[in-house]
Design a protein around this ligand. Structure first.
Ligand code: C2E
Ligand code: MG
Ligand code: MG
Length: 442
């Protein structure tokens, strides 16, 4: 009998505790939550703590070292606990704390910082390793089911992961609504493409004489119920759901088809039409062939097309990027770095990759009224000149900004001052007029 009890104990331990840290596991936590969430008690929160990119750490250091890091982390978390806290380890890289008897003011302030104890370096042997975290926090003061509480905890954590390193997100009704809205939009993307709800608008680029020297294609979604939705909202959703390569291919095809229609109307676009390309398209190996078949289908010469990529797209996957960009360049398509200066701004990758154009981000143009701002823009223009790249300033809204840019040696411009992005027909008219009478830039 005693042996049976011992075996039963052992089985229980195995079922309810994590073998690496000795902490309670998810099964245990669910049972705890089920019993404590039946009544309204004092204010309490459930905190999900996620270690960023732990799978990469596992791959780099191997399982034994990664497990050791998890033990070090578990010890650190224990050190930060208050006496009434409950701690469990859920998955490989996720821990959960239930914090009881919270002061109402702390709950209301929705402020939770990641404890410094957790962000100090960890060690694999003598090698320091920095871990970054995301916290998803939910209020569990009211009666609820364990399933629901954990689900909301995961959603808050996902939102924190989306926001980036060392972020804490407090789950509330607003977040719930936001998540639901995003999910609805995400689900609607494929049918929106089939129903022709997407279109491209075109924003001209001009030279120092005010003459059109190209344009940028910008995607628009005319949603059945919600009207016009900004790409800043739906592009991240398309990226997250894996829909971006398909949507991006549509943009490339449509941009080439548009150039074909302009040609038919004998209304030629001087310079190049640029299309924005997401990092997710660059990761797919099909980008060069997508461009090639769009150009072939419309008989548009490759030098009339340019792709715009952000710095992060280039730096995140430098090896794949280089291969793809070389193939794209071989087609004859040009490559621009969008939003330059907002990301890594590393000269090493600029030198290393086949790039043609640097686009100075709007925030630099907005700061041209300060000496520091002018120096920064001057620096970017110098980098472009040294690397033999064309420099385009974007987001120009007034003449003072334009004069400052001209004085610094910038030669190509884009912004509301010249024209907002226009639907196809309006752009065609703008182009005709501009070819007859260029805008004045002085
Ligand atoms: P971006 O490529 O940097 O495009 C410039 C954005 O600034 C556009 O916003 C444009 O309308 C806006 N803009 C241009 N001039 C001015 C100005 O003078 N003042 C102000 N306030 N804004 C100006 P939009 O069209 O909302 O696009 C936002 C971002 O969405 C784009 O930034 C680009 O990153 C992304 N995007 C748009 N279309 C596509 C696409 O087809 N594919 C991908 N992957 N991303 C796209
Ligand atoms: Mg762009
Ligand atoms: Mg930009």
């Amino acid at each position: 009998m005693r042996l049976l009890r011992k075996q039963e104990e052992e089985l229980k331990t195995r079922a309810y505790y994590d073998s690496i840290t000795g902490l309670p596991n998810e099964l245990w936590l669910r049972e705890q939550l089920s019993s404590i969430l039946t009544t309204r008690q004092e204010a309490r929160v459930l905190i999900m703590l996620h270690v960023n990119e732990f799978h990469a750490i596992r791959r780099t250091f191997g399982n034994a070292n990664a497990d050791d890091l998890i033990r070090q982390l578990a010890d650190r978390i224990r050190n930060t606990l208050q006496p009434t806290d409950t701690l469990a380890r859920l998955q490989d890289s996720t821990f959960c704390v239930i914090r009881h008897r919270l002061e109402e003011k702390h709950l209301k302030s929705k402020q939770q910082n990641i404890n410094e104890e957790l962000t100090r370096a960890y060690f694999v042997g003598s090698q320091p390793v920095n871990l970054t975290f995301q916290l998803g926090i939910i209020d569990v003061s009211l009666p609820d089911s364990a399933e629901n509480a954990l689900y909301r905890g995961y959603l808050a954590m996902q939102e924190a992961i989306r926001k980036g390193s060392n972020q804490a997100v407090f789950f509330d009704d607003l977040l719930e609504e936001q998540i639901q809205r995003d999910r609805d939009l995400e689900d609607a993307l494929p049918s929106a493409l089939e129903n022709n709800e997407f279109s491209l608008h075109y924003q001209p680029k001009v030279d120092a004489n005010g003459q059109c020297c190209g344009a940028e294609a910008l995607l628009r979604w005319h949603h059945g119920n919600q009207g016009l939705i900004s790409p800043a909202i739906f592009i991240p959703l398309a990226e997250r759901s894996g829909f971006m390569p398909k949507l991006g291919a549509w943009v490339i095809n449509e941009a080439c088809a548009f150039l074909g229609r302009l040609r038919e109307q004998n209304n030629h676009l001087p310079g190049r039409l640029s299309v924005n390309v997401s990092p997710w398209q660059l990761r797919e190996e099909t980008l060069p062939s997508t461009l090639q078949s769009a150009l072939q289908a419309t008989a548009i010469p490759a030098p009339q097309i340019e792709i715009e990529l952000t710095e992060s797209a280039l730096v995140d996957s430098l090896v794949t990027a280089r291969k793809q960009l070389q193939a794209i360049r071989e087609l004859g398509v040009s490559i621009a770095v969008d939003d330059f200066g907002t990301g890594y701004s590393s000269l090493a990758y600029l030198q290393d990759l086949p790039l043609d154009v640097l686009k100075i981000d709007k925030q630099f143009v907005d700061n041209l009224d300060s000496t520091r701002g002018q120096q920064l823009v001057e620096g970017i223009i110098n980098i472009g000149t040294v690397l033999d790249m064309t420099v385009v300033a974007e987001g120009i809204e007034d003449r003072t900004q334009l004069s400052a840019l001209c004085a610094l040696g910038c030669q190509y411009f884009q912004g509301y001052l010249f024209s907002k992005p226009l639907p196809e027909e309006a752009f065609g008219e703008w182009l005709r007029k501009n070819l007859q009478t260029p805008l004045t830039t002085s």
